[in-house]
Design a binder for this molecule. Structure first.
Ligand code: NDP
Length: 315
């Protein structure tokens, strides 16, 4: 397939694996890129020296394009971008911050820049900043989430109508049917995170992968709205947050409950009770941990099947 997204990144399928803290290192990114999608290293949880090592390993294991995701609120951000420029990473996805801060500098070095947004105001800001494409991420998505709580179904057409640059849909997309729906709404590519958490190559703890596979409808919730809204799995840590929110705890108390390195405790170390597990609503549809390449193939085949099914409708 050829469209603006496959051409922009030089990839076979317009399927992008989301950069996820603690889950997407070089093994996952290179596996997805080798399978014809775009793999992304999630730099938000990596110290600068770790990111450098991860990029080198990714380059050694794939000759295909790959990207690095940098949340713009990362504390050592200059060091991350220094490494990215030095290592000639071809594509950067930025998120959780102002796109005008880094886009021009990265583009001067020939890097393609994509910014993640969750509303029209930021889509326009990203376009003005000169990004090559945007990811519009809806309410169903795992991890940090937009304050407007706009679902993917409502967000994509609004963004499509507001900007003409290449558009990637994210949030609630876990298979080819959802990919097809996103294309019907005006997207030209999809960014998929949660499905790849439960892949062989993801660096998520085995307990997290298994928890994703065992999950039922309603197991995730968008919470901590006074701090940064985040979608996570309901567990004992979440119950503490819920109890505090029920008695109208203030920001400071919530920040204290959250503490430091909760996400690492959960997603990387596998503490199912006290850890934080950032993942999307769609997990309840996943049944098996699979190799990333199989996931990419399956999504693409289901996408093609769904398009054929729609084409066969007698109108
Ligand atoms: P915390 O402040 O609770 O903890 C920081 C974590 O990041 C620690 O586990 C630490 O590892 C690790 N880390 C990596 N590099 C650094 C560094 N240079 N300085 C300090 N800590 C570092 O943050 P979170 O775990 O909630 O988030 C970590 C990062 O991920 C942030 O940059 C945040 O923006 C991003 N994030 C992105 C999300 C998204 O949806 N894109 C969702 C949530 C977070 P150690 O424990 O080994 O010291």
């Amino acid at each position: 397939m050829q469209n603006r997204i496959t051409e922009l990144f030089g990839i076979k399928y317009p399927i992008i694996q989301a950069g996820m803290i603690w889950c997407s290192g070089w093994e996952l990114a290179s596996a997805v890129s080798n399978a014809g999608g775009l793999g992304i290293i999630g730099a938000g949880s990596m110290y600068p020296d770790i990111l450098k090592e991860q990029i080198k390993k990714c380059k050694a294991t794939t000759s295909k394009p790959f990207a690095v995701n940098v949340p713009l609120l990362y504390p050592d951000i200059e060091k991350h971008f220094e490494t990215i420029i030095e290592e000639k990473v071809p594509i950067v996805f930025t998120s959780a911050g102002n796109p005008s801060t880094w886009t021009a500098k990265l583009k001067q070095h020939g890097i393609k820049v994509v910014h993640v947004i969750a509303n029209t105001k930021f889509a326009l800001k990203a376009k003005d900043a000169g990004v090559d494409a945007i990811v519009a991420e809806g309410f169903e998505a795992g991890g940090h989430n937009g304050r407007e709580e706009t679902t993917t179904l409502c967000l994509i057409p609004q963004i499509r109508d507001a900007v003409d640059i290449p558009l990637i849909a994210a949030g609630g997309i876990g298979d080819g049917r959802a990919m097809c729906a996103a294309f019907a709404l005006g997207a030209e590519g999809v960014q998929i995170g949660s499905r790849f958490v439960a892949s062989m190559e993801s660096s998520a703890h085995q307990n997290f992968k298994q928890r994703v596979i065992d999950s039922k409808e309603g197991d995730t919730v968008l919470t901590l709205k006074q701090l940064t809204p985040v979608r996570l799995i309901k567990n004992e840590f979440y119950r503490q947050v819920e109890e505090a929110e029920m008695r109208a705890a203030n920001k400071e108390e919530l920040a204290q409950i959250l503490g430091r390195a909760r996400a690492k405790k959960g997603m990387f170390e596998g503490d199912l009770k006290e850890g934080e597990f950032e993942v999307g609503q769609i997990i309840s549809t996943f049944k098996e941990i699979k190799p990333a390449a199989e996931i990419v193939e399956e999504i693409w085949n289901d996408f093609s099947k769904t398009i054929k099914m729609l084409n066969s409708l007698r109108l």
